[in-house]
Design a protein around this ligand. Structure first.
Ligand SMILES: [Zn+2]
Length: 82
């Protein structure tokens, strides 16, 4: 029996823990299942990783920016148009 995919909102809530490697096996599978089905969140993850790398490169790992609201809005908008 397969569970429904997590929503894009849930995905965004798991995102930082996924990038930090802090998700458990079940959560990571759910996360990756959403990624496989949602190109908008693939793009979202890539831009999040770029931002994270940039912040690290600048030595600002203690002050990572949050996920910008515009990015969330863009992901949700692209879902509606899909
Ligand atoms: Zn998504």
């Amino acid at each position: 029996m397969s569970r429904p995919l997590m929503s894009c909102r849930e995905f965004s809530e798991f995102l930082d823990r996924y990038v930090e490697g802090e998700l458990g096996d079940v959560e990571r599978l759910e996360f990756e299942r959403h990624l496989a089905a949602c190109p908008a969140c693939v793009a979202y993850l890539e831009s999040y990783r770029r931002t994270t790398r940039l912040a690290r490169a600048l030595g600002a790992s203690d002050a990572l920016p949050g996920v910008p609201d515009e990015l969330v809005a863009a992901v949700l908008a692209s879902r509606r148009n899909a």
